[in-house]
Design a protein. Structure first.
Length: 400
């Protein structure tokens, strides 16, 4: 088998941890596999480098930031290769450039355009374990670029796709993806399988496990992903195509997003073009609007509500004041969004009904609802967020 493994920052955070990773890699090699290992910087290292830059400038040039930040991953790739060699394994470490990772020129958030895997393939053929510095590539004119925070996941998936690897194993400090946050519901269960789309919808549960962009890429390239812990030998969670999941659960997980706030515009003129004006302005200001509700208009006026990330509230308020689209702007920071996600919903009715019944039984008022093919989201008062998660987890029997 050709296996691409990726180890996150905590997995390579100390000398001891790197030694543990080397043992894991060596074991898979001994079993007769070809191995490409992508590594993150040691945990905290990227932040430290950013801070260092900020001690000289509030707004350092992005080109130099990329040169700086890419060094963190180079350190770990070289150290892991040195450790593996010392254990008697033929190993070669590479920077993004050496690994043939070509990106566009958007410094600090570059996109991978193409991977020339010939160098990696040549080294694999010679029997080498190839260790690649994640999070980085090279632009067309030979500048060092980085892929955005958490970008090593993306490196691993892209390399797995380019080489046609049998599997891409992502190692972190958590066991996999759970039915909900175990800190909220101790009965949460680790999922054996989950589809790409569910994983994307459960972003808030999976964020610590996998960067969203890498899941999107894995879906596009049909890369078989496994997330596992590098701190134990537990089975992880497989992330794969929906067609490849035999038993499709009705509901796979319950996510809670605590970083949302609600904006209500009262007395919005009820005529064509107003909504376009409001949401164009918000888009121009870079505000990420999630749910939207518009009431039926009365006497030429209506109310319009929408949710946005908490930290974009001030920008949104100012934008709405600027265009004076409403008589009044109300803001509620005390809300959360609870989402129920599952591919089984596509073919079953009554899933939403169970959610509404469950919240009604707990006397929790639902303020907004939105649905997609595989998700039902509800905005409720933040006070009841965790209670709602536990009640829903129970209602869909996710602990079984
Ligand atoms: N070191 C980079 C970061 O901290 C990339 C990564 O860890 O995936 O964002
Ligand atoms: Mg990471």
């Amino acid at each position: 088998m050709l296996i691409v493994q990726k180890y996150g920052g905590t997995s390579v955070g100390t000398v001891e941890r790197i030694t543990e990773v080397a043992k894991r890699v060596a074991q898979r090699k001994k079993e007769g596999n070809d191995l490409v290992v992508v590594v993150s910087a040691m945990s905290g290292e990227t932040n430290k480098l950013i801070e260092l830059a900020h001690s000289f400038s509030k707004d350092p040039k992005k080109r130099e930031m990329d040169l700086l930040l890419s060094s963190g991953e180079r350190v770990t790739s070289a150290l892991l290769a040195i450790a593996l060699s010392e254990m008697g394994h033929e190993t070669v470490a590479m920077s993004g450039r050496q690994a043939g990772i070509q990106t566009d020129d958007l410094h600090t958030k570059a996109r991978i355009e193409h991977i020339d895997g010939s160098r990696i393939e040549k080294e694999l053929k010679k029997g080498n374990i190839v260790v690649v510095a994640g999070f980085q590539g090279i632009t067309e004119i030979g500048e060092v670029s980085t892929l955005g925070r958490g970008g090593s996941d993306l490196s691993a998936v892209a390399i797995a796709g380019a080489l046609g690897a049998d599997v891409c194993e992502i190692y972190t400090d958590v066991d996999g993806v759970y039915t909900t946050d175990p800190r909220i519901e101790p009965k949460a269960r680790k999922l054996a399988n989950i589809s790409y789309d569910e994983m994307l919808e459960l972003a808030s549960l999976g964020a610590k496990v996998l960067q969203s962009r890498s899941v999107e890429l894995a879906k596009k390239l049909n890369v078989n992903l496994i997330t596992r812990s590098s701190f134990n030998n537990n089975e992880g969670t497989n992330i794969l195509r929906e067609e490849d999941i035999m038993e499709k659960p009705l509901v796979s997980g319950i996510a809670i997003d605590k970083n949302q706030a609600r904006v209500t515009l009262r007395g919005v003129t009820d005529k064509p073009g107003i909504a376009a004006e409001i949401f164009r302005k918000l888009a121009e200001e870079g505000v990420n609007v999630d749910m939207i509700i518009q009431n039926v208009g009365v006497d030429g006026a209506t109310n319009l509500g929408f949710t946005i990330p908490n930290n974009e509230l001030n920008i949104a308020r100012k934008a709405m004041e600027d265009i004076q689209a409403s008589e009044k702007i109300e803001i509620d920071e005390g809300i959360v969004k609870v989402s129920i996600v599952g591919v089984g919903m596509k073919s079953h009715s009554g899933v939403a009904c169970t959610a509404f019944d469950t919240l009604a039984d707990e006397r929790i008022n639902i303020q907004m609802i939105s649905t997609s093919e595989i998700k039902i989201s509800m905005v409720i008062s933040a006070k009841y967020g965790e209670l709602a998660v536990r009640a829903l987890h129970d209602a869909y029997k996710l602990d079984q």
